[in-house]
Write a protein that binds this ligand. Structure first.
Ligand SMILES: O=P(O)(O)OC[C@H]1O[C@H](O)[C@H](O)[C@@H](O)[C@@H]1O
Length: 552
């Protein structure tokens, strides 16, 4: 029988609070000393990925209680509901079926009585045909030149996912095509992109699920005008402009030829849409076969998430560890640290996946939560971060659990660069675990020739508390399958947390107010009238903008 009371009043929650009190002062150094097989015990492999979660402030009892929490919250039922197309996105009355986009099984997936799989597969087939024509120069520009550049115009979920996967899979790019991602409404972004391009050899893909997003429409209109001002003609637009949207009507009204519009569907959340035709720029870069491999990797992680028992379920384990720190250690952030130059866009993508999903304060039935939900996701590429923010990770007053993400082999195996990269990754998580005690600091200073008294004075500055948790996710080498599995892993970690917290991870109402207010502010900015009707600060800033336009 599902537990229906407030989460924090449940027995298992209270048991976790008591357990936290019992182990919060235990140091992981001692846990490893007491248990030589800790690495093997807290380790799991799935879909080509390996997770070492032994450097966490957990023991067997912790995990048992966390799995009990997952069962109390009926996690398995919620997971099944998501995969089967139930309307888990209650506030929008929609399923969340990004998994259908990479369903290689023979399961039919019904939405409102319709099996959606034929249309999903037909769209991939259309993407294949399109990629084939572009990459084999069957489809050329208005002056019959082959395409050299693709501009993907989109923002949020219509930008971060494909951009991440494109940079992650750079070793698989077809070098004849350069892919540019245009997102921001800042005129400098479009300027920097278009100034290097030739309209005759540039293909545009307007990416917008809603086809109503201000930035995307503004940029799309500006690109069309640039095209028409620099040699293209109205009748050439169909050769150079395509679109991906669930709003076919709006895309057609914009002037995109119907046959150039690739559908997506309202049962796919923007931040989960990389796997749909929103992945078209990626498929053009790496080829449709590699795009399918990306889908296959995600499918492997889906099947693992859907079928593996909780105790052997990688996304569930990562979800529960996150809940352990957020709800019992009072941690409010989580760092994503990829040790792979090609994965440098991963933190930005996961910021949207996680924070736009679980940045919520009410449960699915509208009750205000009395516990923390989604943490602040941040991070950066290793080893760069070591020379920037790792200082706080090691000696700051906040502790931020970290995910180290490490390919064990490089696509560019020059000299021993990669071994050096890996050594840094492993030693950072080791240092977070181990720390340095005051005695060790004094001993080190004395060993370095300092006299005891001076060493004792300086040592406190050098103390590193350690006992700071981290996961290490590793795999042999990044590939389309591995990247597919990795992104799907985080999607499912986030969904599992939302299911346990009882919040809707699939809507994002919070982004709307700023947009609504933005339209009014824009009108005021562009008028010469003294702004009024806003708060004093906004009035003042609008006035400042108006006055500073003289600087143009
Ligand atoms: O794809 P679009 O409809 O243009 O939406 C683009 C993005 O904008 C919205 O404001 C949401 O924050 C995102 O979830 C979405 O991905």
């Amino acid at each position: 029988m599902a537990f229906t009371g407030s989460l924090t009043q449940s027995d298992v929650w209270k048991a976790l609070q008591a357990h936290h009190q019992s182990i919060e002062h235990e140091h992981m150094r001692d846990m490893f000393a007491a248990n030589p097989s800790r690495f093997e015990q807290f380790h799991i492999d799935a879909a080509g990925l390996s997770l070492d979660y032994s450097k966490n402030r957990i023991n067997d009892d912790t995990m048992k209680l966390l799995f009990k929490l997952a069962r109390q919250q009926n996690l398995t039922t919620h997971i099944a509901a998501m995969f089967s197309g139930e309307k888990v996105n209650g506030s929008e009355g929609r399923p969340a079926l990004h998994t259908a986009l990479r369903n290689f099984g023979d399961r039919d997936i019904m939405v409102d009585g319709e099996n959606i799989m034929p249309e999903v597969r037909d769209t991939v087939r259309r993407m294949e045909e399109f990629c084939w024509k572009i990459r084999r120069n069957q489809w050329r520009g208005y002056s019959n030149k082959t395409f050299t550049d693709v501009v993907s115009i989109g923002i949020g979920g219509s930008f971060l996912g494909p951009k991440l996967a494109s940079s992650a899979l750079k070793p698989y790019w077809d070098s004849r095509l350069s892919i540019h991602y245009l997102a921001n409404i800042d005129g400098s972004h479009i300027t920097e992109i278009l100034k290097r391009l030739d309209p005759a050899t540039t293909l545009f893909i307007i990416q917008s699920k809603s086809f109503t997003t201000q930035e995307t429409l503004k940029n799309a209109n500006a690109c069309r005008q640039w095209f028409l001002d620099n040699g293209g003609e109205e009748h050439d637009l169909a050769k150079h402009f395509t679109a991906v949207s669930s709003n076919i009507e709006k895309a057609t009204a914009f002037g995109i030829a119907e046959e150039n519009i690739f559908p997506m569907w309202d049962w796919v959340g923007g931040r989960y849409s990389l796997w749909s035709a929103i992945g078209l720029p990626l498929a053009l870069a790496i080829g449709i076969d590699n795009f399918r491999e990306l889908l296959r990797g995600a499918y492997a992680m889906d099947e693992h998430f859907r079928t593996a028992p909780l105790e052997h379920n990688m996304p569930v384990i990562m979800a529960l560890l996150g809940i352990w720190y957020v709800n019992f250690f009072g941690v409010n952030s989580h760092a994503i640290l990829p040790y792979d130059h090609y994965l440098r866009s991963l933190p930005a993508h996961l910021q949207q996946v996680d924070m736009e999903s679980n940045g919520k304060s009410v449960t699915t039935d509208g009750n205000k939560v009395d516990y923390q939900t989604g943490p602040v996701i941040w991070g950066g590429v290793g080893t760069n971060g070591q020379h920037a923010f790792h200082q706080l990770l090691h000696q700051g007053t906040h502790f931020s659990p970290c995910d180290f993400i490490m390919p064990m082999c490089s696509h560019n195996p020059i000299d021993n660069f990669h071994a050096m990269l890996v050594s840094n990754c492993l030693s950072q998580s080791q240092a977070l675990l181990q720390g340095k005690s005051e005695d060790e600091a004094v001993a080190e200073l004395v060993a370095a020739g300092m006299n005891q008294a001076e060493a004792i004075v300086l040592a406190p500055q050098k103390v590193i508390p350690g006992n700071r948790p981290s996961n290490t996710l590793y795999f042999p080498k990044s590939s389309p399958q591995i990247i597919g599995a990795l992104i799907a892993l985080y999607e499912h970690k986030v969904a599992a947390q939302g299911m346990i917290w009882g919040i809707n991870s699939f809507d994002q109402w919070g982004v709307e107010l700023g947009k609504q207010l933005g339209n009014k502010v824009l009108t005021a900015l562009e008028s010469s009238a003294i702004p009024e009707g806003f708060d004093g600060s906004t009035n003042g800033l609008i006035r400042a903008f108006q006055q500073m336009q003289n600087y143009l």
